[in-house]
Design a protein. Structure first.
Length: 553
C-alpha cells in the first residue's frame, strides 16, 4: 500500500473514532494527522514536514525528551510499537493528557511508518460508573451536534444541583454521596419523558436536554415531579436522609449559541436558584445575567479603588438639628464613591456589594477614621458636636469592631461621646448574644448607639430596652406614610411616646419641606435630619455652610 492509500484508509477510520489518527514517516520526519487534531492543538496543518520542530511546540516540555527517545527507538528498529502517556498543550495553552499508541509498518517505498492514534485521556470517561449516566463530554458533543444541525429542536435545558451535597459528603462520607447521586439519577430518569436526555456533569450536577415540544410550563412540571419523586424516595427510606435540589433552566431559541455559553448560562441560573434560597427553579434571563456581570465588575472596580488608597471614596455629612431650636448638634457620615466608569453610584447600590464581599470592613474603617478626625476638628467650634457613623452587620460579625472603635478613638484623640454608631434595626440584635455583649461593651465605653431605619422592617420595641439605644431614627419612608394618612401619623406619634418612655430619643429622618416639618413636629421628635435642613455634602462645604455659621452665632 502506498503512503497515499494508507492516508485515505486512515481518513475513513478517523470518522468513526474520537481519537486522532496519525502516520509518522520515520525516515523523512513527515507527520500526518487528523484534521480534528489540528483544530484543537497548535499543528499548522494535517501534513507536517518538520515534525520534530512542531512537536516541540505541542508536546509538554517536560515530556518531550521521553517521546523523542521512544520515537528514536522505533526509527532505529529497536522497537516496533509505541505506547506512551504524556502531555500536549492545546491552542488555549491548556495541558491535555493524551495516550499515544502506534505500530511500525514498512510502506511500499521501504519507509518505516509509525501508524496509530492519540486519545485524550480526559475524554475517555464518557459514562459515569456511579449513576450510569453519560457524562459532560458526551453532553457537549451531543449538544454541539444539535446546535449545528437543529438548534431549534432544543426545547429547554435544565441543570440540576443538590442543595446540600457537600454537607452529605462531609457528614456521611463519599459512599453516602455516591448513593445520593445514584438515587437522584434514578428519580430524574423516572421523571423525564421518553426521549429526554439526562447527563451527569461534575460533582452533584445533572443536565436534562429536552428536544420535545413541551411548552413553557414543561420545565416547571418536570421540576415539581422531580421534587415529589425525591420526597417519595426519602419517605420510603424512612427519612434516613433528606436533600433538596435546585434547578437552572435555559429555554428555547438557541441559534448561534455555543456549548460554552450553555454551560455558563445554566450554571448562572442554577446558582441564582441557590442564591435565592435553594429548593427552587430559576429561568435564565439575559437581563439578570448582564446585571450579575455588572455587579461583579462593580465589585472588582471597588476592590481596585480600595487598594488604590480608597480612590474615589469620600465621606459626606448631613446636618442633624435639635427639634427644640433647630440648632446644629451633629451630622451623619454618609459614604460616597465616584468612579470614572460608573460615575456617582448610589450607596443603595454599592454598599450591599461592599457588604457581601466583605469589603465593607476596610471601607467601614475608612469612614470611621474620617468621621472621627472631622468630628475632632468641628468640636473646636461646637464642643458637643457628634457624628453618626453607619455600621453594617458584616462589620459586627466578621471584624473586631470593638477594637477598631477603641483604636480609632485613641489614635484620633477624640472623646467617645463624639461618635454615635448607627445600626439598622433587625432581628439579629435580639437573637445574637455576641452582639448584645458588644453593645454592653460600647455602653461601658460611653459610645452611643442609634437604631437606624426604624419603621422599615422588624420594628420591635423590646430590644430598645434590651440594648439601651440612645436614639431611634425614624426612616423617611415611614415619615412619608405618616404625612399621607392619619393612621400612620398616629402610629408614629405613639411610637415616639413609647420610645421616650423607654428613655431613648427620636431623630426624624427625611424632612424635606416646611409643611412636613410643621406637621411632624407635633409628634414631638427630639432631632431632625432631612433635606430641609441640609443635604449630605463634602466636609469642606459642610464646614463653610454649617459649622462656621453655627459657631459664629
Ligand atoms: P441611612 O443611614 O438611613 O441614611 C439616610 C439616607 O437618607 C441617606 O441616603 C440620606 O442622603 C437620605 N436622606 C436624608 N434626608 C433626606 C430627605 O430629606 N429626603 C430624602 N429623599 N432622602 C434623605 P444615602 O446617603 O443615599 O445613604 C443610603 C444608605 O446607605 C444609608 O441610609 C445607609 O444605610 C447606607 N450608608 C451610607 N453610608 C454608609 C456607610 O458609611 N456605612 C454603611 N454601612 N452604610 C452606609
Ligand atoms: Mg444611617
Ligand atoms: Mg436612616
Amino acid at each position: 500500500m502506498s503512503l497515499e492509500q494508507i492516508r485515505s484508509v486512515i481518513e475513513i477510520i478517523q470518522q468513526s473514532t474520537d481519537s486522532y489518527m496519525f502516520i509518522l514517516d520515520l525516515n523523512s520526519d513527515i507527520y500526518m494527522l487528523a484534521e480534528k487534531a489540528t483544530k484543537r492543538f497548535p499543528f499548522p496543518s494535517t501534513m507536517i514536514e518538520n515534525c520534530t520542530e512542531i512537536l516541540r511546540k505541542v508536546v509538554h516540555p517536560s515530556d518531550y525528551e521521553m517521546l523523542a527517545v521512544d520515537i528514536e527507538k522505533c526509527r532505529s528498529g529497536e522497537k516496533d510499537s509505541h505506547t506512551l502517556e504524556y502531555r500536549w498543550i492545546d491552542r488555549m495553552e491548556r495541558v491535555v493528557w493524551i495516550s499515544c499508541r502506534g505500530t511500525v509498518v514498512t510502506g511500499t517505498e521501504g519507509h518505516r511508518l509509525l501508524i496509530g492514534s492519540v486519545t485524550e485521556l480526559g475524554k475517555k470517561a464518557k459514562a459515569d460508573n456511579v449513576t450510569g449516566l453519560r457524562r459532560e463530554c458526551r453532553f457537549r458533543q451531543n449538544v454541539e451536534t444539535l446546535l449545528r444541525e437543529s438548534p431549534q429542536s432544543i426545547c429547554y435545558l435544565m441543570r440540576i444541583g443538590i442543595d446540600n451535597f457537600k454537607e452529605i459528603n462531609e457528614k456521611e462520607g463519599i459512599e453516602a454521596g455516591d448513593e445520593v447521586l445514584r438515587e437522584l439519577a434514578e428519580c430524574i430518569q423516572k421523571t423525564v419523558s421518553e426521549g429526554v436526555d439526562v447527563y451527569r456533569l461534575v460533582a452533584d450536577e445533572f443536565m436534562i436536554v429536552d428536544t420535545g415540544a413541551g411548552g413553557r410550563q414543561q420545565p416547571f412540571v418536570l421540576y415539581k415531579n422531580l421534587q415529589s419523586a425525591i420526597a417519595t424516595m426519602a419517605k420510603n427510606k424512612e427519612y434516613s436522609r433528606f436533600y433538596t435540589v435546585s434547578a437552572g433552566v435555559l429555554e428555547t431559541g438557541f441559534s448561534g449559541r455555543t456549548v460554552e455559553e450553555i454551560m455558563r448560562f445554566t450554571e448562572f441560573a442554577l446558582n441564582e436558584a441557590k442564591r435565592g434560597g435553594r429548593n427552587q427553579l430559576t429561568i435564565f434571563t439575559k437581563e439578570a445575567y448582564d446585571l450579575y456581570l455588572k455587579h461583579l465588575d462593580i465589585r472588582k472596580t471597588l476592590r481596585q479603588d480600595i487598594n488604590d488608597n480608597f480612590r474615589g471614596f469620600e465621606v459626606y455629612y448631613q446636618p442633624i438639628v435639635s427639634a427644640s431650636g433647630y440648632e446644629l448638634i451633629g451630622a451623619e457620615a454618609l459614604l460616597r464613591w465616584k468612579n470614572e466608569k460608573y460615575g456617582n453610584l448610589s450607596p443603595a447600590v454599592f454598599i450591599p456589594i461592599l457588604e457581601e464581599s466583605g469589603l465593607i470592613i476596610p471601607v467601614g474603617r475608612f469612614v470611621l477614621w474620617e468621621a472621627a478626625k472631622t468630628c475632632k476638628k468641628w468640636k473646636q467650634y461646637i464642643p458637643d458636636f457628634h457624628i453618626n457613623v453607619n455600621l453594617s452587620y458584616v462589620q459586627l460579625y466578621k471584624s473586631d469592631m470593638m477594637k477598631d472603635v477603641e483604636r480609632c478613638i485613641r489614635e484620633v484623640g477624640i472623646e467617645p461621646e463624639g461618635l454615635v454608631l448607627e445600626l439598622t434595626e433587625s432581628g439579629y440584635i435580639e437573637t445574637n448574644d455576641r452582639i448584645k455583649e458588644m453593645f454592653k461593651d460600647l455602653k461601658a465605653k460611653k459610645i452611643d448607639l442609634a437604631l437606624d431605619d426604624f419603621g422599615t422592617g422588624y420594628s420591635n420595641m423590646k430590644y430598645l430596652k434590651e440594648i439601651d439605644v440612645k436614639t431611634v431614627k425614624i426612616d423617611r419612608s415611614f415619615v412619608v406614610q405618616a404625612l399621607q394618612n392619619d393612621y400612620d401619623y398616629n402610629i408614629i406619634s405613639h411610637i415616639i411616646d413609647m420610645v421616650h418612655s423607654l428613655g431613648s430619643a427620636v431623630c426624624m429622618e427625611g424632612i424635606e419641606e416646611k409643611e412636613e416639618l410643621v406637621r411632624m413636629m407635633k409628634t414631638k421628635p427630639d432631632m431632625i435630619q432631612g433635606y430641609y435642613f441640609g443635604k449630605p455634602s463634602p466636609a469642606k462645604q459642610f464646614e463653610e455652610q454649617f459649622i462656621r455659621a453655627a459657631s459664629s452665632l
